[in-house]
Every structure is written in C-alpha cells, then in structure tokens.
Design a protein around this ligand. Sequence first.
Ligand SMILES: Cc1cc2nc3c(=O)[nH]c(=O)nc-3n(C[C@H](O)[C@H](O)[C@H](O)COP(=O)(O)O)c2cc1C
Ligand code: SF4
Length: 585
Amino acid sequence: MSTVCELPSSSFEHLLHRLYAVQRQFLHIPPQAMHQIAIEYNVPISQIAAVVAFYTFFHTETCGRYHILFSNCTSCGYLMDGHNLMQMLCDQLQVIPGKTRQDGLISIMETSCIGMCDQGPSLLINDVPFSRLNPGRINQIARQIISEVPVTDWPETWFEISNALYRRDLLLTESLVPGSALQIAFAQGAEPTLKKIARSGLRGRGGAGFDTAHKWQSCRTALGDTRYIVCNADEGEPGTFKDRLLLQRYVDAVFEGMTVCAAAIGAQKGFLYLRGEYRYMHPHLIEVLEQRRKLNLLGSQILGQADFQFDIDIVVGAGAYICGEESALIESLEGKPGIPRIRPPFPVTHGYLGQPTVVNNVETFIAAAFIALKGDEWFKTRGTELSTGTKILSISGDCKFPGVYEYPFGTCIQRILDDCHAKNVQAVQVGGPSGRLIHPQDFDRVISFEDISTGGSILIFGAQRDLLIIHRNFAHFFAHESCGFCTPCRVGTRLLKNHLDKIANDRSTMVDMLEIKRLSHLIQHNAHCGLGHTAANHILDGLQNFPHTFEHHLQNDFSAQFDLHRALANARQIDQQSDAENPLD
Ligand SMILES: Cc1cc2nc3c(=O)[nH]c(=O)nc-3n(C[C@H](O)[C@H](O)[C@H](O)COP(=O)(O)O)c2cc1C
Ligand code: SF4
C-alpha cells in the first residue's frame, strides 16, 4: 500500500462511520488512514488508534472479502448448536477461526449476540444477517463463497428475518399516524405534556426503570446552551431482540416519542445510536427520517411551531456491549472509545458535549409517544402501582414459540412460559446474563420493577441443559465485553471465566467455589459501572438456586489446574528427554 491512502471522499461524518467506510475499502484500517483521519478530525492519532482498538468491529489486520461473524451467544451457540456449524463452515472453507485465509477471501470469527436469539443459529456476512442456519444452509453458503458470488446476489430468501410477534397488548395493538402525538403535545404545551408523562408513571424500559418524566424535567431545567435527545438502540444484552422488531415495524413511533420529548424539554438535536450488529436496518431508518422531514415532523418550524426545530441523526456503533451503558454511549457518540464516565454528573445535566441530554430506550420513546396521544389514564389501565403499562419481552430458548411478546407488568413467569409453550423448564434467565437466574419454585414471581425487572430478555432452559455451560458462556461474554477501565471488572471477569473453565474441566474443589463467591462479591461491589455490578449475578444466583450445577463437577482432592507433565510432553518427545517420574511414552 502507498504511503498516502486514497480514502473514500466524504463531507464531515461521524468518526465511527468514517472508520467503517475506510475498513470497507481496505478490509482493515491501515496506519496511514488513521494518520490522515487524525488530520481531518483535528485530533491526535493516538485518539484514532484508541477508537480503532476499542471497537471489536474495527481491524488493523486485513479481514477476508467475505467476513463472517458467528453469534456465540447462549441461544445461537449452545442451545442451537451454532458452535458446531461454525466449525463445519471453517472446515469446508479451510479457515482457522479468528484468522483470515491466506488468499484473503474469507475470515471467520465469533461475535457476541447479534439479536437473532429467536431464530438462531445466526451469523453476519459482511454485515448481512443470516438466521435459522442448519448444515444444509452452511453447505450452500460455502458453495457461494467458493464461487465468489457477491452476497448481494445470493437468494433473497436466505436473508429473511422473521419478526414473530406473538402477543400484543397496550402499545403494539396501536398504530400511530405520524405527527398525531406531536400535534396533541403542541396543543397542550410543554409543561402539561411533562405532567401527563409524570402522571402515567412511565419508567425507563432499558432495565433500570428510572422515572422518565423526572429525567425529562431534570434535563429541561439544567443549565446549558443546547439540549440533546438520545435513543439507546444498542440492544446488546444477549437474549434481547425486541428493539430489532420495534425498529423495523414501529420506528415512526420511536421518532415521534423523541420529538415529543424534544418539544417538552426544548431540545434541538437527537441521535439514535444503533448497534453495529443492526447496521442492515440503517437504510430503513434513514428512509423513515426522510419521510418525516417531508411531512414537516423534523427540521425547522415543525408543524408550524415557529420556535421549534429538531432533527435526528443515526449513529451506528461498532461492536461493543458496553456502549449500551448511557455514559459510554455518549462517549461513543462523541467519537471516543465507549468507556463509562464517572457519575455524577449525570447525562441529564452533562451529557453529549457536556450539555443536558436525555437518554431513553427505544421502547420508552414508543410508550411516551402513545401516552402523549392517548393519555396517562389509558396507560395506567395496565400494570401494577409501581410499574404502570406493559413490557415488551424477547422470549427465546427451549420453547415452541420464540419471539416478541407484550405483557402487562405484573404478569408471572409461569404464564409467560405457558404462552410460549415451554415444557419441562429447569430455569429461566430473566434480563440476560446480567439479570437473574430463576428457579421453578419462583415461577409465580412477576415481571415488574418491584419484583423481577428486566430490559426485556427471557431465556428458557429445558431440563436437558447443562447450566454450567450456560454460566461458562456468560462468564466468557463478560470477560470479553469488559471495557477494561477498572481493575475489579477487567481482572475479576477474567478470573471468573478461568474459574468456570476450570470447573467445566473437572479440576475444581470446594476451595475454588469459595474463591468464586468472594470474587463475585468483590466485582459486584467495587466495579465502576453497571456491567461490573451485574457481571456475577448469574453465578451468585446459580450457587444459591442450583448448587448441584457446580457440585457435581467438583473434586474431593486438590488437583492442579496446570498439568506440567502434559504441557512438557511435546518438548520431551522432540529432544528425547526423559526423567524417572515421567518416562517418555
Ligand atoms: C452494560 C450496560 C448495557 C446497557 N445496555 C442498554 C441497552 O442496550 N439499551 C438500553 O436502553 N439501555 C441499556 N442500558 C441502560 C442504560 O445505561 C440507560 O439506563 C438506559 O438507556 C436509559 O433508558 P431508559 O430510562 O428508557 O431505560 C445498559 C446499561 C449497562 C450498564
Ligand atoms: S465495570 Fe467493567 S465495563 Fe464498567 S468501567 Fe469497569 S471495566 Fe469497564
């Protein structure tokens, strides 16, 4: 490659998008490109290099022209046998996982959940998702690649994503005429709209359940020159895919909710932060935004309001679960590595570019749009006293009907299992790996902020499953996704992963279990952000609710994790060294 890169021409664009375009052209991000981009963006090259190093979708080594990412989440990888399918494709194409084939045609890697848990096993090829894989489809994919057929020319039916929606309730039975909620919000005014949201009791649907009206009000009254609205569409929690469906079928309501919020708090600019795994939705989102501009629902003087202007940009991430954490997301929006900020101050006062910023989940904005339209009393016809309205759930794992379901808050787990035809259930993981592992004796507990709260994932494990494999998968996930900023999480999640590998290899004793418990509490209480606080939840729940999962792998006597004889065996064979205790085989 020459010393000066011929980069794709661009007007000023988001740094992540710029790097993505470079990578599309060169199949990696070369040092010369980083240098040139640093000059363009007027930042030190070290900042560009840090961004490239942080996001797993950016590469400094050349990827294949067919770059394949297999989802290694529990659903796709273990429950649906995706690991074996990956090995099968690697064998057929003679690729070593994690490496680019020598002729540069193919690279195959694992990636964290790509939001296809209801239709796994799944993968992305050059950002295009393929789901419901089986050995037959793997053969077909291998043949297309060997013949070097461009992915865009493959049969369309292979790309079909089903958005199975099995239960609709308050929100998803409604359809929203674009602009209808906004019109009411303008007619009523900012303060009454905020009061309506407050009376509805709406709480954030991203997991933590923070009071939405309180967040909006705090942002409205915070000191600042410009206010920002951010829709968190990072949806990286393994087992969660409801935002995938909402963004494809209800995105007008998402943008409407963002604009209602902007009108209520006086914001001028919005962003929808879309996870890199959902890049294929980008054109659809851009199209809907364009339609809304034509309808004067975005831009200046929206619906004739002389003093109101607001527009929304889409920013696509690059493969980092931590960017779902709101302050990490804001860092990423600013073109930096997604490392969570020290809080306080909170985004409502010091968010994007240090200005007051509201961050809400996709589903929260949809609920806000419908509350603006239909009123708080309508919303409160569902749910419990402290958890009003409904929750949209992503249900997957061992059940007959995996897909998206909307339930009133207060619905018990057993009802959900009955509806999706889950039989002989051993355990349910609610809220993804960072959530809770629920025992059948607790299936009468309910989904709500006062009982079991969730961002939306329900993962079902039948009696035939080995829960230890699931714990191991979750531990690997957290060790991989820890951003590395703080020691308790960076080191702790890796130690937990090693411990779970050790148990799975039948080399642990009761002493290890005590150490795992100690480590879990240490990470929970000393980590810097929510990822670390919750990374060991599944282990602590497992130890309490399913102790046999671990116990039947334990040894009575101490046995070293490291087998010196086995490690030296090859070397001894090569130089024909032997000793009395370990004679050559
Ligand atoms: C590691 C981590 C990942 C998160 N991922 C998401 C996510 O994908 N989507 C989301 O809305 N919130 C996510 N959150 C929660 C956000 O930080 C934030 O609370 C939320 O976006 C606020 O929106 P809400 O009030 O509407 O729930 C995550 C938090 C953590 C700690
Ligand atoms: S807890 Fe983990 S993810 Fe959060 S800041 Fe620390 S290292 Fe990063």
